[in-house]
Design a protein around this ligand. Structure first.
Ligand SMILES: C[S@@+](CC[C@H](N)C(=O)[O-])C[C@H]1O[C@@H](n2cnc3c(N)ncnc32)[C@H](O)[C@@H]1O
Length: 234
């Protein structure tokens, strides 16, 4: 990983999610009314969250789960309801404050959730059974994505589920036309990569030897297009 490009990108992501778009993101992840464009994004994100949770074991009792780049914490809370001991980590202090406000006081499923401000790759978070990174790696260069996955893999016992922006002709057109984000509210660029290329890079990344792509699936809902992938230990 190039510390320079990773740190530079992370700084811009933090500025965007912690300042520029914090209110928009708070609204998108609530049940408040949003524009029809954002409604398609909200629906797509709900579909993605359900898919990623479906790929985790049904019973998560006592399992440690990292929600890497947890934002306002919806997925982390769901995993806790399924019994997991969840740590949600995000670089944005403002989004973590919202996640803490929204977290249930207790989870009937017996799990727990703790939200921390920090880098999702930080060693201080400890080891996990499963890591979930929903739309939190999409802004990093592919050259930084692979080492990031390898760093997460070092402290993961069973599976990593994450999303990336699939590189398809239609999506490239949307990126070029600047249609992926509403004007004035644009996030740092998303870095699309094809499923075939990413699969090949994962298979040849030394830091991911002992891991395999188990499955991948696209979620598409209006302006939301994202590809889920699950890595498991072989
Ligand atoms: C598109 S949002 C998705 C949030 C959440 N996973 C969800 O799906 O609602 C991306 C999140 O990743 C966080 N993020 C990006 N890079 C990060 C890093 N290196 N460490 C911690 N959080 C990071 C951002 O601050 C932002 O909250």
């Amino acid at each position: 990983m190039s510390t320079n490009t990773y740190d530079d990108r992370r700084g811009r992501i933090e500025t965007y999610f912690d300042r520029t778009a914090v209110e928009a993101w708070k609204q998108l992840t609530s049940t408040d009314p949003v524009s029809s464009i954002r409604e398609t994004v909200r629906r797509g994100r709900e579909m993605m969250r359900e898919l990623l949770l479906d790929w985790l074991p049904v019973v998560l009792d006592g399992q440690r789960v990292l929600d890497a780049g947890c934002g306002t914490g919806a997925l982390a809370c769901e995993a806790a309801i399924h019994g997991a001991e969840v740590v949600g980590v995000d670089i944005s202090a403002n989004l973590i404050a919202i996640a803490r406000e929204r977290a249930p006081a207790r989870t009937d499923g017996g799990g727990s959730v703790k939200f921390l401000v920090g880098d999702m790759l930080g060693q201080e978070h400890g080891a996990f059974d499963h890591v979930v990174a929903m739309d939190s790696l999409i802004h990093y260069e592919t050259a930084d994505l692979l080492p990031a996955l390898a760093k997460l893999a070092e402290r993961t016992r069973s599976s990593i589920v994450f999303t990336f922006a699939p590189r398809t002709p239609a999506l490239m057109l949307m990126h070029t036309a600047g249609l992926m984000f509403p004007r004035g509210d644009r996030a740092p660029a998303i870095v699309p990569v094809s499923v075939a290329k990413l699969t090949h890079l994962i298979e040849t990344e030394p830091g991911l030897s002992g891991w395999a792509v188990k499955r991948t699936q696209r979620v598409s809902s209006g302006f939301y297009k994202s590809q889920a992938m699950q890595l498991v230990r072989t």
